[in-house]
Every structure is written in structure tokens, then in C-alpha cells.
Design a protein around this ligand. Structure first.
Ligand code: FES
Length: 369
């Protein structure tokens, strides 16, 4: 007999809020996670509006503020926002490409309250990294920023996005993270939504590449225990069980777009028919508790069969809604990454086929250029 679904009536406060301060970015990555429709400079929230959001986040019980983008350091008021977040007791993390950040700016941000920096790493080698970023010299700037973090004793995480053009160098990326003094390295296979989905055929690794990358991570974890923490995000297309996307819809995270729309995940706007509230019209706490977008797939009551009777339902929370939509055509159906989905076998066949065909050229993301 199926177990009763456990709906979440009054949600716990979110752990973290991700502030997409801007969609402007110097890089042009083919797996960009920002939405297809970007928000322009003139629509961005101003300093006072973001400060109000930070106050409301702290009132709601949020612990961490992640300052992200696009490239968040393009905002001239970033230090003011960090100062404000810190004054309200929030742990401050900056998610950056590192391009355009000087040592003096980094020091200014640290003085303002920056606790931790997350730096994207495109490859272990400059030619591969700059090719993916679509920006000559980006890799060298990232290395410089990482070294300044070490000198300033600012905790550093590196985020390496893996795909068929760099999967063989996972081992080298791990060595680079050690050399740069990072405390944590996230090795994450590319997620295929939005712009990434457009470039899937150019990026999807083969099964053999995936296996080799997984083996390199497993060996390094053992060897570097106590020196470097390695998080590993496997590629959905070769998985048998779905990931608990965002830790479950409306459970742990809030995403706020540059113009103030509040989303359960960065890709939620791909789902037609969801109503997204704005921080310009409602308080963040009210949106978190009551908004249609957050309640639609929160908990387990919305789940179709067989998810609602599945023993994993409160571990994977039904997987990823945006991926279900992108691959199966509906957001309220099974994530096809799950082997119980009728679309799972088709997904595996697609992955085999696409990853072994010659890679097409990248479609770079070059907003406004
Ligand atoms: Fe939207 Fe996974 S990216 S639910």
C-alpha cells in the first residue's frame, strides 16, 4: 500500500537566498545558467531595494546570502550590500567569474563583510578555459584572484563545470585546487537547462568520460581527505536516480532575479503557468510561505504516481521540475532521470547517441554583444 504523502504546511525558513544582482557578465559560457530572457541594467533593483531584501531575508531566518549574477562585481554597490548583509547577521558568499576583480577590490569586499568566495573554473589549462569562457585571458585572471584569496586568508571554493571538452582533466583540476589553496572544490557536470540545453550536443560527455571523471574524483577524495573537500555532481543523463534539485522545491533556497522576482530555482521561469511574485510588491516571508510558485511543487502532495508512494520521495523530492519539463514536456511529471520514468530509457539512448556524435560548435552567450 502506498504511504500517505506528507505535505509541508508551514515551511521551515530557507537556509539561503541567492541574489542575482545582475545578468551582465563578461564571459560567454555555452552552459550559462541565467535564463534565456535576460534582465537589462535599467531593470535591476537599486541599492536600497536590495538592502530591504536582505533585511527581510534575515527576518525570515535565512542564514546565508549568496551574491551572484551574471557577474556580481559589476555592481558598484556590492560592498554596501555586503556591509548591510553582515550587519543583519547573514553569512556572505560571493559567486564570481573573477574577471575584472583587482586585489584592492577584493580587500574592500572583505572589509565590508565578505566571508567566502566561490570562483568558477572552466578548465585546468588556459587554452581550454578561455575557449569555453569565450574570453581571452580569463583563466589567468582567475588564478590571480584565487592566489589573492590565499594571501588575504579568505576561504575559497572552486566550481569546475565538467563537459566533454575537459572531462579528461578532472585530475588536473583537482591538483590545481590544491595548489591554489582552495578548501573546497565542486566538480559538477553541466546541467542542461536553458542555454546549456541549447549546447547539449556540444557538451555532453561520453559514458567512458563520465566513468573516468568519477574514478578520478573518488581516488582524489581518498588521497586528499582533510586537505580538500570535493563535492561531485554527477551528470543527470547517466544517473538512475534523480537529484534533490535545490534540496527540494521551496524547502531550502530562494532565488531572486535582478529585477526582484522571487523564484524557487534559477530555471523556474521556464515553467509556464507559474505566478512569480516580486519583492517590490510583497514581503519575502509572505512570498516564501504563500506564493503560488513556491507551493506548487513543495512537499510531496503534488507528486504523481509512482513518486508519491516511493520510498525516496523525501530524499529526492521528485527530482528536478525544470528538467521534467525540458525532457518530458510537463513540469508535474516524473523527472526522466529516474529509472521509474517511462522516458528514462529514451534519455539514456539520447545521451549515448549525442555524446558519441561529433561535437557541434558552441553557441556562445553574448548578451548585448
Ligand atoms: Fe528548476 Fe531543478 S532547475 S527544479
Amino acid at each position: 500500500m502506498n504511504a500517505q504523502p506528507a505535505a509541508v504546511a508551514v515551511p521551515e525558513p530557507p537556509l539561503a537566498v541567492l541574489l542575482e544582482l545582475t545578468h551582465r557578465c563578461p564571459l560567454a559560457c555555452p552552459y550559462c545558467s541565467n535564463p534565456l530572457q535576460l534582465v537589462g541594467l535599467r531593470q535591476e533593483l537599486d541599492t536600497a531595494q536590495w538592502q530591504r531584501v536582505l533585511e527581510q531575508a534575515a527576518e525570515l531566518g535565512v542564514l546565508q546570502a549568496h551574491f551572484s549574477g551574471g557577474e556580481p562585481t559589476l555592481r558598484k554597490d556590492l560592498a554596501d550590500l555586503l556591509r548591510h548583509a553582515r550587519a543583519h547577521g547573514l553569512y556572505c558568499n560571493l559567486i564570481t567569474s573573477g574577471v575584472g576583480v583587482t586585489r584592492e577590490r577584493l580587500q574592500e569586499l572583505q572589509r565590508a563583510g565578505l566571508d567566502h568566495l566561490q570562483l568558477s573554473l572552466q578548465d585546468s589549462r588556459a587554452d581550454g578555459a578561455d575557449r569555453i569562457a569565450g574570453y581571452a585571458g580569463a583563466h589567468a585572471r582567475k588564478l590571480a584572484l584565487a592566489r589573492w584569496c590565499g594571501e588575504l586568508e579568505l576561504p575559497l571554493t572552486l566550481n569546475a563545470v565538467i563537459h566533454r571538452h575537459n572531462a579528461e582533466r578532472v585530475g588536473e583540476m583537482i591538483e590545481l585546487a590544491v595548489e591554489l589553496g582552495a578548501g573546497r572544490l565542486e566538480v559538477a557536470h553541466t546541467q542542461y537547462y536553458g542555454w546549456g540545453l541549447r549546447n547539449r550536443a556540444a557538451l555532453l560527455p561520453t559514458r567512458a568520460q563520465f566513468d573516468a571523471a568519477s574514478a578520478a574524483v573518488a581516488a582524489a577524495r581518498e588521497r586528499l581527505r582533510g586537505r580538500l573537500t570535493i563535492d561531485y555532481v554527477t551528470p543527470d543523463y547517466y544517473a538512475r536516480r534523480p537529484k534533490p534539485c535545490m534540496g527540494g522545491w521551496g524547502r531550502r533556497f530562494v532565488n531572486i532575479t535582478p529585477e526582484g522576482k522571487v523564484l524557487p530555482c534559477h530555471a523556474a521561469e521556464t515553467i509556464d503557468g507559474l505566478q512569480f511574485d516580486s519583492v517590490l510588491e510583497r514581503g519575502l516571508g509572505e512570498i516564501w510561505r504563500d506564493s503560488d510558485a513556491f507551493n506548487r511543487y513543495r512537499g510531496t502532495a503534488w507528486m504523481p504516481d509512482p513518486c508519491r508512494g516511493c520510498e525516496h520521495r523525501e530524499r529526492d523530492w521528485g527530482g528536478c521540475r525544470c528538467q521534467a519539463l525540458a525532457l518530458s514536456g510537463r513540469a508535474d511529471t516524473l523527472d526522466p532521470v529516474c529509472e521509474k520514468s517511462p522516458d528514462h530509457a529514451g534519455l539514456r539512448a539520447l545521451a549515448e547517441r549525442e555524446s558519441q556524435a561529433p561535437a557541434p560548435e558552441f553557441v556562445y552567450r553574448r548578451p548585448g554583444r
